[in-house]
Design a binder for this molecule. Structure first.
Ligand code: GLY
Ligand code: MN
Ligand code: MN
Length: 327
């Protein structure tokens, strides 16, 4: 992508990209503290010496790699520059303003993120591979449960397995919760040991070539109670109805409302305390937020999202089922 591709979104001589995921998307390089300067005649990636060799090896064609000290010399001749104002600290911004007194900084939000919503065939392939590893992890949970592990042990076993299957690492901190801990949607694994009768929530995702997967499943260490079964069925119905409505152009609020309506019908809507889903890619949460509280926007072709309704009864248990959907 060149400055020409984002020309319609900005009105400055140059655009400075500072968000690591955006830089990775545009250059193929994931280097701490790097900056990408986009100008009409080309893109220059400024990196620290520590990252120079790997950056030069991985950088996409057409992007020039320079060491950070060159940035100052080049940047001081730029009269107006767009910046990612939601991606830099106040301290960095004040520094830039102090150093480059003749440059007009224009604040932009979400320019590159908007392009990232629509995945290329290569990106889709990487996400699908991350997802296939994640599916294999989930298919092994029931077997692992027979060893009555702690939450931390189960998380670790799944993470090791992800590596063995070719993952770079995990896309986010794995959520493994047993029994009453499942009522906390973002529970962190503890030393709690699995007991017979426990409900088990796993929300996990492998990362492959930088791309994330995100899936949640629920398992039972004994026959579920009738309330657990009713909630499981309601959450699954909400997930399936929302998934069936996913298509290019559908509005995010519509999807959220479909899931909420199913849960309302079963009397559980008040226990659904978060949005229905989100975009996924180089970051675990990126692009759209599928929530009635966020902006109401249409889904795009080749966007990758999650659909993840949940019901959480404080102090008792919770159930979230999460699938990834390729629009
Ligand atoms: N695993 C985090 C999420 O589902 O959004
Ligand atoms: Mn998840
Ligand atoms: Mn998710």
């Amino acid at each position: 992508m060149s400055l020409c591709d984002i020309r319609n979104s900005i009105h400055t001589e140059a655009f400075l990209v500072s968000h690591p995921a955006n830089i990775q998307y545009l250059t193929g390089v994931n280097a701490d503290g790097s900056l990408l300067l986009m100008r009409s005649h080309g893109c220059t990636l400024f990196v620290y010496a520590l990252e120079e060799e790997i950056a030069k090896k991985n950088v996409q064609k057409g992007v020039c790699v320079r060491l950070m000290p060159a940035f100052e010399k080049i940047f001081k001749n730029i009269r107006s520059c767009g910046i990612e104002s939601d991606r830099i600290s106040i301290e960095t911004f004040m520094n830039w303003k102090r150093k480059y007194k003749n440059t007009k900084f224009v604040r932009y939000v979400g320019i590159i993120e908007r392009f990232r919503r629509q995945k290329s065939p290569k990106e889709l392939q990487n996400i699908r591979f991350a997802l296939s590893i994640t599916e294999q992890l989930l298919s092994d949970v029931a077997k692992q449960m027979k060893r009555f592990p702690t939450e931390k042990e189960l998380a670790w076993m799944l993470e090791c397995q992800a590596r063995e299957l070719g993952a770079d690492g995990m896309a986010f901190e794995s959520i493994v919760a047993f029994g009453s801990n499942t009522s906390r949607p973002h529970h962190r694994p503890t030393d709690r040991r699995l007991k017979k009768g426990d409900i088990v929530q796993v929300d996990i995702g492998a990362r492959y070539k930088g791309y994330c997967a995100d899936r949640s499943e629920v398992y039972f260490a004994a026959k579920p109670t009738s309330l657990q079964q009713r909630i499981y069925d309601a959450v699954r119905e909400a997930k399936e109805e929302a998934k069936a409505a996913v298509k290019f152009g559908v509005m995010t609020h519509t999807l959220d409302q479909i899931a909420r309506k199913v849960l309302r019908k079963h009397g559980f809507e008040k226990y659904f305390c978060h949005g229905l889903g989100h975009g996924v890619g180089l970051e675990i949460h990126e692009g759209v937020s599928i929530s009635s509280k966020g902006p109401d926007i249409p889904l795009l072709k080749n966007e990758v999202i999650t659909i993840e309704p949940g019901v959480y009864i404080p102090g008792k248990f919770g159930i979230r089922l999460e699938d990834m959907v390729f629009v």
